[in-house]
Ligand binder design. Sequence first.
Ligand code: GRF
Length: 206
Amino acid sequence: MKNIAVFVSGGGSNLQALIDRIKSGDIFGKIVAVIASKPGIKAIERAQMSGINSYVFQKSEHSTAQEMFEEINSLLKSLAVDLVVLAGYLTILPQSFVSGYKNRIINTHPSLIPAFCGDGCFGLNVHKQVLEYGCRVSGATVHFVDSGTDTGPIILQQPVSVLPGDSPESLQQRVLLAEHELLPQAVKLFCEDKLWVEGRTVIIKQ
Ligand code: GRF
């Protein structure tokens, strides 16, 4: 059984998808902590509703990001966390934190990486750019986190068609539904020790 920490910054619909899949018995893992980047967000409410402890770590309350992540790291160590899941978490992780969890941090991104990703490409902005470019297809990507922004080895991807008349909001909603499938699936594979990273390629063991 793997211990999981889920990092959130907003609505937490991906957190909910994970909670639901774990409750259904489909994932051999346990969410031992939700780490929130600000108070009062819906994701915290979702954690509380499911009896999961949540902790708020705000950059404004720490002198440096480094110091904040050292505190987060101590907490994760005390909870024996095996896997960190970034589910709409908007704070950039320092290199020291990332290297301590090599191939043990999973992120979800609402586009088909390497398109529409990288610095500043998050939230509704991603979908606005997809529509402005005139893409026919967008999608969701779940990947391991490395030292870059959205550059780590890809675990799963799912295309989502862009429909005539789509707004950034309507496209965002359909991509979110794809993320709700992909993220729990990737976490399930991790918890079953079925993910193996060779260079940039993630091998999924059968
Ligand atoms: C998701 O689209 C995720 O990819 C992006 O932010 C959104 C988070 O949604 N980084 P939620 O908080 O899980 O509802």
